[in-house]
Design a protein around this ligand. Structure first.
Ligand code: ADP
Length: 249
């Protein structure tokens, strides 16, 4: 059934900035349970598209449907409650606090707790255990006591993913998860994304094409605000229009 197979879709999604169409009539369909990548040359409209999906920007035209519900006019907090979460959005990382405390705060948010650090001992212990479990899942168990500010760049991204996972989202939107990373960190985060994708849907914008090739089930190529090509990596990377768009950029 096509309607339940698609978790997130857009129809005619359009964003104009003073008459310039940065996103121009995009019909995106993300299948449930897949890793879907949005790629394209600089200026293609990827970031704008992401900002529309996560409600950082209102669209000029078009609609966004998540799990059969029109979310075009909803606020970021509302869609997060529905299970659609952008990494690094709700889950800000506090540099002065330990990795564990950062994850614990995210867990408290998930429970709807207020921003209050005092908890009964027992509740704190439970939350700490859960936080350690999540840190372990992202390969940070040895770094739980370090402040977020002391972590390497790649480990900070892993921590951000852990705080996003604390919210247990059904679908995660990752905005260039590998940006600025060295090779070792790229490999670690790549393995992490593969692992956390097991029971969720992931949509990511990523410039590193070898990461896109190895992680993605499906790729949408944007150019000049429109969908240029779609398919798996082997298909889109051979498409002459895609090659031309990248070379011409
Ligand atoms: P990408 O992420 O694919 O590099 P962007 O979505 O950042 O592309 O940008 C798409 C186009 O829209 C670019 O030409 C960019 O200059 C333009 N653009 C993006 N944001 C704004 C804005 N706030 N005001 C005006 N133009 C914008």
């Amino acid at each position: 059934d096509v309607t339940t197979d698609i978790i997130l879709s857009t129809s005619g999604l359009t964003k104009e900035f003073g008459g310039f169409r940065a996103v121009n009539g995009v019909d995106l369909n993300v299948k449930r349970g897949t890793i879907h990548a949005l790629i394209g040359p600089n200026g293609a409209g990827k970031t704008t598209c992401f900002n529309l999906l996560t409600k950082f920007l209102p669209p000029t035209k078009g609609a966004i449907v998540y799990n059969g519900q029109d979310i075009t006019r909803e606020q970021p907090a509302e869609i997060a409650r529905k299970g659609l979460v952008r990494s690094f959005q709700i889950s800000a990382v506090f540099p002065q606090l330990s990795a564990k405390t950062n994850v614990r705060i995210a867990l408290q948010r998930k429970r709807g707790d207020s921003f209050d650090f005092w908890r009964p001992e027992k509740v704190l212990r439970e939350l700490d255990e859960e936080a350690l479990h999540l840190l372990d899942a992202v390969g940070l168990s040895a770094f739980a006591a370090l402040t977020a500010g002391e972590l390497s760049y790649g480990r900070k991204r892993a921590l951000e993913i852990a705080t996003t996972l604390a919210l247990d989202p059904e679908m995660m939107l990752l905005d260039e998860p590998m940006a600025g990373m060295g090779r070792e960190d790229v490999e670690r985060v790549e393995a992490l994304i593969r692992k956390v994708s097991k029971n969720r849907t992931i949509l990511m914008v990523e410039h590193n094409l070898s990461v896109v090739a190895s992680l993605s089930d499906h790729i949408t190529v944007l150019a000049r605000g429109q969908i240029l090509a779609e398919g798996d990596y082997a298909t889109v990377s051979k498409d002459p229009r895609v090659i031309e768009a990248y070379i011409g950029s």
